[in-house]
Design a protein around this ligand. Structure first.
Ligand code: SAH
Length: 574
């Protein structure tokens, strides 16, 4: 058997076939059983690649030549897609992208959420894709810098750096972006307005934010600048921009900080309205997402969060609404509500809706949005969900029939989940843009008396590895809940880490990734013990002083370690 650790060096050339894909979209190919992660490849590609990094159990390589393209490979329309990195899977056929996303959510529900394959498969509904998976973004943020000749440029940051690769055309964004960017660059050149320089903290224009209301056709441009004042020759910029059809709002965001955060806190409108509008309709989830109503109109300011893919958002919210199964009598809490999109969407079918959101301007927008749409049964609170909810529950004993959550990528805070469990709503609808934290939170909620009823992935971000998911949890009946509690008691002496994957799951992983290699419970227990994962009494216990016990061979220990890392039972950088 080859010594895997030392058989490869940086810059070696390897030939391999891509047999799998990581959740971050890197292809995985093996050479002599040793896996390499290789960006910009598609399952089924046969490739030549150059090794860039060698680690103990896996390495990285860069594709040099595609010897035989996969059947799932397509020609990416964007010529800069490899440099940009914004679209990780543009070379993958769209149907295959959808299958990848479905698998990603499924895997994480099983491995992080701890749900059985059977339950996950029974409760999963087909992924919701787009008919035209390009030009879907209603928001773009372009950094501004200068090229070697001192001319202002805009584009995107080259992977993991802050040097700008010039590009005003992105196939995910609105067609108008290019015209707007050209107008701003022309204004800068003609009037010698300097781009901001991150290193010296001098210069003026930092970023260009563009938003488009897809249903209204309204355009918003907000220049992020390193100044509290107005722009030099501001009228000339306005003159150029206001000619663009649809232009509705031009503003400045003042950001004087040395920071990677794009927007400054303060915004001044210099032409037109403070906000643009967009309408979101309820769609019929049972009939191909057909249009069913006039929709609710939202007004969006530069600082507010608004879903970036409006076509898919209507489908996502309609699914959330159908999962909530409202009859008009319910009290609903919408946590992480942004400008109140989901709250107002649900308000027509509920008795009362309450929204909670951390950004004060967003709540201001939410209240105005309710007023504009003549909605009187929605109330909004500013603050952290994990503070507002426990406070209101503790002081006022608030109640919910349904709780909807739509947190940012890091998921819900523990205090928020705790209070949700105390409030015991009949149903919880969890909308998530990160299936790993979603799975983590669902595990907690299901251990606390809920069961997973339905889940569905919605492709909000075609060409990227990101995926949105909506899940329905329902409160367990008392009898069922008792069983759950008993189980929990039984597992009390498991450490949190040990409970993550069963021995059978570890064995299956080892066999799958090591050409059918078999490992015993005892070997797994030995490796777990090495990492301080404590075993229950009398169960696969490692008797460290018993010399007659067989010792796990190094190769098997390496394979088991890889499985423990995969199941996040030990840190992956070990
Ligand atoms: N449901 C909304 C917003 C979802 S994005 C929509 O679909 O448009 C997540 C939102 O959570 C953002 O608006 C963000 O500002 C807000 N947020 C982030 N951390 C929060 C916290 N701890 N408590 C409440 N809101 C939070």
């Amino acid at each position: 058997m080859k010594n895997r650790e030392n058989s490869f060096k940086k810059n070696d050339t390897i030939e391999t076939e891509i047999i799998d894909i990581s959740h971050d979209g890197e292809g995985i190919g093996k050479v002599d059983g040793y896996p390499f992660f290789i960006k910009d490849t598609v399952i089924g590609d046969r490739i030549l690649a150059r090794v860039t990094k060698v680690k103990k159990n896996y390495g990285y390589a860069r594709v040099e030549k595609i010897l035989k393209p996969s059947d799932w490979r397509t020609e990416p329309p964007c010529k800069l897609y490899r440099q940009c990195g914004g679209c990780q899977i543009q070379a993958m056929d769209y149907q295959e992208q959808l299958a990848f996303k479905q698998r990603k959510v499924r895997d994480q529900l099983i491995h992080i959420g701890g749900f059985s394959e059977k339950l996950v498969d029974e409760t999963g509904e087909p992924v919701v894709g787009m008919e035209c998976p390009f030009r879907y973004r209603n928001k773009a943020q372009y950094p501004v810098g200068q090229n070697k000749d001192g001319e202002p440029v805009t584009g995107f940051y080259a992977g993991r750096t802050h040097s700008i690769i010039e590009n005003t055309e992105c196939y995910l964004g609105a067609e108008e972006n290019q015209v707007i960017l050209q107008a701003v660059l022309t204004y800068m050149k003609e009037n010698h307005v300097p781009a901001y320089d991150e290193v010296s903290h001098k210069g003026l224009i930092r970023h260009i934010l563009i938003r488009k209301g897809f249903t209204s056709g309204e355009l918003m441009v907000c220049l992020v600048i390193n100044s509290r004042k107005q722009l030099p020759f501001q009228d000339r910029l306005i003159r150029l921009l206001k000619e663009i059809p649809g232009m509705t709002s031009i503003s400045l965001s003042h950001n004087l900080e040395k920071t990677n955060v794009i927007m400054g806190g303060e915004v001044t409108t210099i032409w037109g309205n403070d906000r643009i509008q967009d309408t979101i309709h309820v769609r019929d989830v049972l009939h191909d997402f057909a249009l069913t109503d006039q929709g609710i109109t939202f007004s969006i300011s530069p600082l507010s969060f608004y879903q970036v893919n409006p076509v898919q958002t209507e489908k996502l919210y309609s699914l959330a609404l159908s999962y909530a199964a409202l009859t008009g009598k319910e009290t609903v809490w919408d946590l992480y509500c942004g400008i109140g999109t989901i709250s107002l969407f649900l308000s027509g079918r509920a008795k009362q809706v309450y929204g909670v959101e951390i950004i004060p301007q967003a709540i201001e927008d939410a209240r105005k949005n309710a007023e504009r749409n003549h909605i009187t049964n929605a109330e909004f609170f500013v603050g952290k969900a994990e503070e507002v909810l426990p406070e209101k529950y503790g002081q006022e004993g608030i109640f919910a029939d349904v709780i909807v959550v739509d947190p940012p990528r890091k998921g819900c805070d523990g205090a928020c989940l705790d209070t949700m469990l105390k409030m015991k709503p009949e149903r919880i609808v969890y909308v998530s843009c990160d299936s790993a934290t979603l799975s983590r939170d669902l595990k907690i909620l299901c251990e606390g008396g809920y069961e997973l009823k339905k889940w569905r992935a919605v492709d909000q971000f075609p060409m990227t590895v990101h995926v949105e998911t909506v899940c329905l949890l329902s409160k367990l009946h008392e009898a069922k809940h008792h069983v759950n509690v008993r189980l929990d008691m039984d597992e009390m002496d498991l450490t949190a880490a040990e409970s993550k994957a069963t021995y059978e799951e570890i064995k299956a992983y080892v066999a799958k990734h090591n050409d059918g290699m078999k490992v015993s419970n005892l070997y797994i227990a030995q490796v777990k013990a090495k990492y301080g994962i404590i075993e229950r009494e009398n169960y696969n216990k490692v008797k460290s002083d018993d010399a007659r016990q067989p010792k796990c061979p190094k190769e098997k220990a390496t394979a088991i370690e890889a499985a423990l890392k995969y199941f996040q039972m030990v840190p992956s950088e070990l």
